[in-house]
Design a protein around this ligand. Sequence first.
Ligand code: NAG
Ligand code: NAG
Length: 138
Amino acid sequence: MLCFGLLLVSLATQLQGLEILDPREVEYIHLQVNGTAGGSVTLDCGPTLPTIYVWAFTAAGSEGSSALAYNYGHGAKLQPRSLRSARMSIPLNSTTLVLTEVQVEAQGTYTCQALYDVEDGARVTFYITRLAVEEEED
Ligand SMILES: *[C@@H]1O[C@H](CO)[C@@H](O)[C@H](O)[C@H]1NC(C)=O
Ligand SMILES: *[C@@H]1O[C@H](CO)[C@@H](O)[C@H](O)[C@H]1NC(C)=O
């Protein structure tokens, strides 16, 4: 458990740690979501509940990423102050990151790193969603 935790924390902060995994076991899924300032968006992390997952955010034009939320098997935990440009929530028993009151500054890349325990070890899928936010039209 501790081992998985450390792995995913390092994945979340730097997208490092992949060396420890067989690259063939890692799948990358790229998604695009467009939102409007003041509105809400839903960011997906696959149809099944992984054993462990971490959501991280990299702001547009920025190099660093910050962990937004994680679930090590005891329910989703949000990092309340990690995202100032939207309100976050994760519905019960899901991996879906719901952002409301989205501001233009919420633009960037949202990565969900999901680890699934399978018979022959662990499988990791990265759901990488690029979020664009347009100014509200009136
Ligand atoms: C998002 O906006 C881009 C640029 O306007 C467009 O090419 C793309 O099709 C849009 N994607 C979705 C899912 O609406
Ligand atoms: C969430 O999962 C738990 C355990 O599987 C289940 O007991 C509970 O009913 C689920 N809640 C919802 C809202 O799906």
